[in-house]
Ligand binder design. Structure first.
Ligand code: NAP
Length: 217
C-alpha cells in the first residue's frame, strides 16, 4: 500500500513512516521545507512538498491512503489550531475526495468527543478535533479515527487499552504504540468506520483492533 503521511517529520507521524517502511509499504512523506526531503528519502520514503497552510497541490494524487498525524502544537495558540489542525485537515479531506483517495486514518485526541468538559486551556483544540472528526466521519471517505491519551516518548510496549476512558482517567500512551495502532488500522479494512480512544494497557495491539472491528460490524 502507498500511504501519504502528513506530519511525517517529527513525533508520531515520523514513527508511522518507520513502521510503514518496515512493513513493506510505500511511503510518500509530506514535508514543508526542502531541508526535510533528504532525511526522509534516505530512509526509503518519497518526499513531497506540501503545507497545511499553503499548497497541497498534487500531494494526495496516486496514493492508496492518507495517515494524518500533523498538528500545530500546544504552544501556537487557537488561531494556528484552526488554520492547521482544522482547516488544513479539511483541505486534505477535500483533496482526497477530489482525487479518489478513499482511505483515511486520522490521529485525533482523547476527549475530542466532549470538548467542553476538557481543561479550559485546551478546549479550543478539543473543539477543533471534535469538528474535524465529525467532518471526516461524514465525508464519505473510508475513515478510521484514533483518539490517543497523552503522548509520551517512552518505548513502545505493543500493548494498549481501547475504549472510552473518562476524562479523569485520560491516561497516556507512547507515540510508538500510537504509530503501531495507526498502521494496524491502515492494514485492516474492518476498522473503517471506527472512532476509538486508546491509552497504554495490557492488550496486544492486534487483539485491541479485533475488538474495535467487532464494534464496527
Ligand atoms: N501531545 C499529546 O499529548 C497529544 C495527545 C493526543 C493527540 N495528540 C495529537 O497528536 C498530534 C501529533 O503530535 P506529535 O507530538 O506526535 O507530533 P509533533 O512532534 O507535534 O509533530 C507535528 C507534525 O506536524 C507537522 N506540521 C505542523 N504544521 C504543519 C503544516 N502547516 N503543514 C504540514 N505539516 C505541519 C510538523 O511538521 P514540521 O516538522 O514541518 O513542523 C510535524 O511533522 C498532535 O498534533 C495532536 O493533534 C497529541
Amino acid at each position: 500500500m502507498d500511504v501519504l503521511v502528513i506530519g511525517s517529520t517529527r513525533g508520531t507521524g515520523n514513527l508511522v513512516v518507520h513502521h510503514l517502511l518496515e512493513r513493506g509499504h510505500g511511503v510518500r512523506a509530506m514535508v514543508r521545507s526542502r531541508e526535510q526531503v533528504s532525511a526522509l528519502q534516505q530512509r526509503g520514503a518519497t518526499a513531497v512538498r506540501g503545507d497545511l497552510e499553503g499548497s497541497l497541490d498534487g500531494v494526495v494524487e496516486g496514493v492508496d491512503a492518507v495517515a494524518f498525524c500533523a498538528g500545530s502544537g500546544s504552544s501556537t495558540g487557537p488561531d494556528a489550531t484552526l488554520r492547521v489542525d482544522l482547516h488544513g485537515a479539511v483541505r486534505v479531506m477535500d483533496a482526497c475526495a477530489a482525487a479518489g483517495v478513499q482511505r483515511f486514518v486520522m490521529l485525533s485526541s482523547i476527549a475530542a468527543d466532549d470538548p467542553m468538559r476538557g481543561p479550559a486551556a485546551i478546549r479550543h483544540y478539543l473543539a477543533a478535533m471534535h469538528a474535524r472528526d465529525r467532518i471526516l466521519a461524514t465525508s464519505g471517505l473510508s475513515a478510521t479515527i484514533v483518539r490517543p491519551g497523552g503522548l509520551t516518548h517512552g518505548p513502545g510496549t505493543g500493548r494498549v487499552q481501547v475504549g472510552v476512558p473518562t476524562l479523569a482517567e485520560r491516561g497516556s500512551i507512547p507515540r510508538e504504540d500510537v504509530a503501531a495502532v495507526l498502521v494496524g488500522c491502515l492494514e485492516r479494512d474492518d476498522t473503517i468506520g471506527a472512532t476509538f480512544e486508546v491509552i497504554g494497557g495490557d492488550t496486544p495491539i492486534a487483539d485491541a483492533l479485533d475488538a474495535v472491528a467487532d464494534r464496527v460490524s
